[in-house]
Design a binder for this molecule. Structure first.
Ligand code: NDP
Length: 521
């Protein structure tokens, strides 16, 4: 069920928690985007020439200054997202310096020059290695759901690799991106990190105006456009897109811990997390008890703004609130039951944390990304049905299995067609620079975090140095000895090594002599 979208306020112009206006932030023109790229490009070579240890120290300084000036960013995040400062601290700020430390370690391994082991027999006198070289200027396009940490996963490694960076925040969270760029300016060389503000056309302008590599985090629809534009320009692009994560709850789970974990990963950040638990498949044997406990737990959650401590904030935008309402209405119309929540809070874009029981595979809330504080429960016969339904999805980011039988859980989790499989937890690798964060199907194959993300930040250059005084036996001229030599090489590959070598060595001498004569002696 879908109704036409109403008219919404312009993005980033009002606070999501109480609707108060926010001051406008000017948008960059195409020329300004080009100028920002050029400034970063001018600053980049000196940065790339700085020893890695110095770049790592700068990352620690960046992490430290963000923590030291946290009061400023918490105020901005509170205004732009409506989440309480405590929630912003815990979900976006607290781990900054630790993230930098771990990113430094990953970089040391990812950027190390790699020796290529060459066979002395096949390639005598030659040595080779692979270097990691920065692309130049990396563009980072980020969404609004975690407007600060969505930049970290690419900002730290891109800088560690020796790149300049241009940040493109979502137009609904421009001030967070601007503050981050200002902190970069405090501790990094002048102009190395730039920020360009504006809507989607400004993100696209990064590509048309000459960025050297692009990292995109956002929706599937935009990810396709950005990837296509990058493809046309042969610019490296990594895209991490939406999710519809499932959690499978087995009958033997630790019920209290499982309910707490799943409610957290479903409702955290009002469900506006690419790796939210958006579908729960619970085995029939414990379904009643599980649902009952979820309802009790979700019923205790408090939405900001309110007196005292809030657990979650409102939805970030009016269109997001409208979408969540559409999904819940569709589920109810198709037979699901709202056991708690299911209404607006009445303040800003607030939506009450919601539990839907009796969900089925045909509902939008099970098939499309909801991105809201909605715990949608599907009762299944057994684990096999849960695995089958989990894998029947247009997305594939995280998938988790909750059980006391860890070995069985691991075996089941590894059957999930997702980028990150978990047992008894969910989504936590997003803040681990050591773990690849990746997906399948609509989520996209892009990789963030870990050394596997480095193609977005570096190109590899192979270097081969030949100290062999003799020419290679394949060079001109082609003669009868070349045919005999080639035959002996084939025999060496498929037959007896010793016998072939005895034939090869005299032929090799003849070939080298002929080649030298061909070259003029
Ligand atoms: P969007 O795709 O709408 O926007 C993402 C970013 O792209 C924003 O900065 C946006 O700018 C910009 N943009 C929009 N159009 C273009 C364009 N044509 N060219 C270049 N850039 C463009 O996503 P949302 O902001 O709505 O974010 C929510 C989505 O992000 C969800 O699907 C969520 O699952 C996903 N996500 C995925 C993560 C992952 O790691 N897999 C992590 C976090 C979120 P503007 O906002 O100004 O329009």
């Amino acid at each position: 069920m879908s109704t036409p979208a109403p008219t919404f306020p312009a993005p980033g112009t009002v606070r999501p928690d109480d609707g108060r206006p926010l001051p406008a932030v000017p948008y960059a023109t195409r020329e300004e985007v080009r100028a920002a790229i050029e400034r970063a490009r001018a600053a980049q070579p000196a940065w790339a020439a700085t020893p890695l240890a110095q770049r790592q120290a700068a990352m620690l300084a960046l992490g430290r200054i963000i923590l030291e000036r946290r009061a400023e960013i918490l105020e901005i995040l509170n205004a732009e997202t409506g989440r309480s400062p405590l929630e912003c601290l815990v979900s976006e700020v607290i781990g900054t310096l630790d993230f930098a430390r771990s990113a430094n370690k990953v970089a040391a391994a990812a950027l190390a020059t790699e020796k290529v082991p060459l066979s002395m027999l096949d390639h005598p006198g030659k040595r080779a290695y692979i270097e990691a070289l920065p692309h130049g200027v990396v563009g980072i396009i980020a969404p609004w759901n975690y407007p600060l940490i969505n930049f970290y996963k690419h900002l730290f490694p891109a800088l560690l690799a020796g790149n300049g960076v241009v940040l493109k925040p979502s137009e609904s969270c421009p001030r967070t991106g601007a503050w981050l760029a200002a902190r970069c300016a405090d501790v990094l060389p002048k102009d190395l990190v730039q920020v360009v503000q504006g809507a989607g056309d400004v993100g696209a302008a990064l590509l048309t105006e000459g960025i050297d590599s692009i990292t995109f985090t956002g929706s599937v629809a935009t990810g396709r456009k950005v990837s296509a534009l990058a493809g046309e320009r042969l610019v490296p692009c990594t895209a991490e897109l939406g999710g519809k994560d499932a959690a499978i709850v087995l009958a033997d789970c630790d019920l209290g811990r499982t309910v707490a974990g799943i409610v957290y990963w479903s409702i955290h950040n009002a469900g506006q997390n690419c790796a939210s638990v958006e579908r729960v498949y619970v085995e029939a044997a414990i379904a009643d008890a599980f649902v009952q406990r979820c309802v009790a737990a979700v019923g205790k959650l408090r939405v900001a703004p309110q007196e005292g401590i809030a657990d979650i904030g409102p939805l970030h935008t009016a269109p997001q609130l409208w979408l969540v309402e559409q999904h819940v209405a569709d589920a109810v119309q198709r037979g699901a039951t709202v056991l708690v929540g299911g209404t607006r809070t009445g303040s800003g874009w607030g939506y009450a944390p919601t539990v839907l029981d009796g969900c089925t595979h045909d509902m939008r809330v099970i098939r499309e990304e909801t991105f809201g504080p909605v715990l949608a429960i599907v009762r299944v016969k057994d684990a096999e049905e849960a695995v089958r339904l989990t894998n029947d999805s247009g997305y594939g980011l995280n998938g988790s299995v909750w059980t006391k039988d860890v070995a069985r859980g691991e075996a089941l989790a590894r059957r999930l067609h997702v980028g990150v499989s978990l047992v008894n937890n969910h989504a936590i690798p997003a803040i681990m620079p050591e773990m690849p964060w990746t997906g399948v199907r609509g989520t996209g194959p892009g990789v963030a975090n870990s050394r596997h993300a480095y193609p977005a930040y570096v190109r590899r250059r192979g270097v081969l140095v030949d100290s062999n005084r003799q020419p290679d036996p394949w060079w001109f001229p082609a003669d009868a000895n070349l045919a005999a030599f080639a035959d002996a090489v084939v025999q060496r590959s498929i037959g007896s090594m010793v016998g072939a070598l005895l034939k090869l060595l005299p032929l090799l001498g003849k070939r080298q002599k002929a080649i030298r004569e061909f070259g003029g002696g």
